[in-house]
Ligand binder design. Sequence first.
Ligand code: MTE
Ligand code: MO
Length: 369
Amino acid sequence: MTKQISRRRQSVKPAAHSGEPTHGPLTAEELQLAVRNHSMPLEALREATTPPGLHYVLTHFDIPFIDADSWHLRIGGAVQRAVEINLRALRRDPTISIPVTLECAGNGRSLLHPRPLSQPWRLEGVGTAEWTGVPLAYLLAQAGVDEDAVEVVFTGADAGIQGGVRQTYARSLPIKEAMRPDVVLAYEMNGRELPPQHGYPLRLVVPGWYGMASVKWLESIQVLTHPFEGFQQSVAYRYQKDADDAGTPVSRIKVRSLMIPPGIPDFFTRSRVLSAGPVMLTGRAWSGEGSVVRVEVGIDGKWVTAHLGHPAGPFAWCEWTLPWVADRGEHELACRATDATGSTQPLEQVWNYQGMGNNVVQRVKVSVE
Ligand SMILES: Nc1nc2c(c(=O)[nH]1)N[C@H]1C(S)=C(S)[C@@H](COP(=O)(O)O)O[C@H]1N2
Ligand SMILES: [Mo]
């Protein structure tokens, strides 16, 4: 009996996105999202720090334009002393700078069959920036977190409707993650104030977690003595088998590598043309679960271990290179990373209802002339 009720409850649960996954062509709604939320061109993998404007952007609702002079951050909930702090005061607090590779949890979604209807990323929903700001743990310590605290919820200034539910964008972290010394309340990206689309004047950056955890346009931090059940926590960002599956939460970034497509592209099809002879294949690899220990490059199905460079930090991607002598004809290149936990990228798409945490190997077809 109880089971039936709970199942019925789940079936009226709002969907994280709109409609069932489809085998059909790209919809006008997906195109609308795709042009709002741009990805990082793969040639930008050349740079350890993604150049300004090329870092991917994902915004669920509208970008709020915030007046930094009247803006302030509120910290409250299960704390000894509630805090209200403005930007000038925050900038006087201790700072850290940390290079972080951020990836959208939906990266790779449009390559899935059937295709979940949401932001239709291909493989480029990623970027690396140097984030500067105040360690979250420092401010939480100032507020004095109560002993029975279990989670911290972060709320942005942006509101909208998703899955029929009116909401302000909010996500939580378990208290243990929130207390990590490398979680930062960032007011600078690559040494400059945050651009509007990346969360001006202040955002959270949670190294190692998929992007949804890094709440932009941060206004409020509340310490909770119970798990947060907001939409972006309990409905969206879950690994679900189907619409009725409560699923499991999405958290850390799975191991992935990408390659700069060699040669030159055809404008319309983006297929690659390359001259015969030596070429340095190169790209970057990352994982939020442990450092990258190996990248293999597949050349027409044969895997060769690439040379690994040193990442700028424990949560930044690392460069890989592999010299190749291209001979005339059609070739398929691929890359596959493995991290310290032993996880390796799958060769086939692993499907889930929301298209989350996909990390399939990238394949690049080249014509060598
Ligand atoms: N307030 C707010 N924060 C947010 C989002 C949002 O829509 N609103 N999107 C999240 C998602 S899904 C991702 S992937 C990252 C993207 O960060 P970026 O646009 O700076 O790359 O921001 C996260 N933080
Ligand atoms: Mo995302």
